[in-house]
Design a protein around this ligand. Structure first.
Ligand SMILES: C[S@@+](CC[C@H](N)C(=O)[O-])C[C@H]1O[C@@H](n2cnc3c(N)ncnc32)[C@H](O)[C@@H]1O
Length: 365
């Protein structure tokens, strides 16, 4: 079986404490420096992410997986420029992605190893997706977005990111692989953070390749699933669900969540879906689901919560990703999600907080 699902959900309080301490140490370090130098350093952060994207795109981590090498040795094997490569890798050594020894050899650190292709926790796809020309150009539109409020990706590219993915299958696959890793990372919190039914059906709407659905079904062996998404994504889902041993319990349903979801289920899930869209289109999705739901059926929104005046190390970054890459998307607070549920004739139920995303329930009466 390819891909390894982590099965340990750390306690929420521990994760919050660790992230809080990391933030505090970072800020304390900055206070040792003149503020203008701190601002200068922050302005160069993009260099590290671009260098990391290049590192991932060129598969350098795979070259280093067998042991330390010089840039010249890697360049000779991959037909690259040794000097430019050395300079990029040296920068990454500053951020702890690599270790550079006095003889000019680079070694992977625990962080750098996550950019190898076949590590079970590899984030190579995500690093490559973030550095795609299409993603980066949308970030280039951020200032204009702040001037006008118009989402960046459609303004820069003249089409939504979903349209773009439909036209560039290799980028769609890269995005799907990235989302798969994000979801795998959160999976223990999700499977353990909600009383998923033992039997019946769960329908994951816009569920990507079925990462969350597979995790839930593996935890509940008698439960069945329906996966709704675009045709290209479902084609990949078929293989993914097979690899994870749940294909025979999942119905694949190509569908448009704005128009029609026909599946009958006890629980409908939307993970990292509402955050892609503005309120109007979120309502459209929820009303479409409401139309399919029998009395007593539930919808579970799986989202990283963002309270308006509380910067959060994950949600606030995800929020800017939505601002630039999606079409009016944003991270929302519990109150905002509840308002959407009520407007779609769904009664807000329990809110379950986890070390990862929250699970916010809406019930059809
Ligand atoms: C941010 S991804 C989330 C995927 C998955 N829920 C997860 O968290 O791993 C959003 C998903 O919405 C799907 N999607 C976009 N527009 C859709 C539509 N109109 N109907 C159904 N799915 C759609 C995309 O193909 C993509 O898989």
């Amino acid at each position: 079986m390819r891909g390894q699902m982590p099965d340990f959900a750390p306690p929420r309080a521990a994760v919050q404490a660790v992230l809080g301490v990391r933030n505090a140490l970072h800020r304390a370090g900055d206070r040792l420096l003149p503020p203008e130098f701190v601002a200068f350093l922050v302005s160069t952060d993009f260099m590290y992410s671009r260098a990391l994207g290049t590192f991932a795109e060129l598969g350098i981590a795979d070259e280093l997986a067998g042991g330390p090498k010089t840039a010249a040795e890697i360049a000779a094997r991959l037909d690259l420029d040794a000097d430019a490569l050395h300079r990029v890798l040296r920068l990454l050594a500053l951020r702890g992605v690599l270790k550079l020894s006095g003889d000019g050899r680079f070694a992977l650190t625990r962080v750098g190893r996550m950019a190898t292709s076949d590590h079970p926790r590899s984030v190579r796809a995500w690093l490559r997706y973030e550095m795609l020309e299409s993603t980066q150009r949308a970030y280039g539109g951020l200032t204009e977005t702040v001037r006008t409020g118009a989402p960046s990706f459609p303004a820069v590219h003249g089409k939504s990111v979903w349209q773009h993915f439909a036209e560039t299958p290799e980028e769609e696959q890269l995005f799907a692989a990235s989302m798969r890793r994000v979801t795998e990372f959160d999976l223990p919190s999700i499977t353990g953070g909600y009383p998923w039914p033992d039997e019946g059906r769960v329908c994951d709407v816009a569920g990507g390749v079925g990462t969350m659905l597979a995790g839930i079904l593996r935890a509940k062996p008698r439960l069945r699933g329906v996966l709704v998404d675009a045709a290209g994504v479902l084609a990949e889902a078929d293989g993914y669900l097979r690899e994870h041993g749940v294909r025979d319990r999942v119905e694949l349903s190509e569908g448009d969540m704005f128009e029609h979801v026909g599946a009958q289920a006890d629980v409908y899930t939307l993970k990292d879906v509402l955050h892609d869209w503005d309120d109007e289109r979120c309502l459209k999705v929820l009303r479409t689901l409401r139309g399919a739901m029998a009395p007593g059926a539930r919808v579970v929104l799986v989202e990283n919560l963002q309270e308006p005046n509380e910067p959060h190390p994950v949600a606030s970054m995800a929020d800017i990703q939505m601002l630039t890459q999606c079409d009016g998307g944003r991270q929302r607070s519990v109150a905002e999600l509840h308002a959407l549920l009520r407007a779609a004739d769904l009664r807000p139920g329990e809110v379950r907080l986890t070390a990862g995303p929250a699970l916010v329930e809406g019930v059809a009466s």
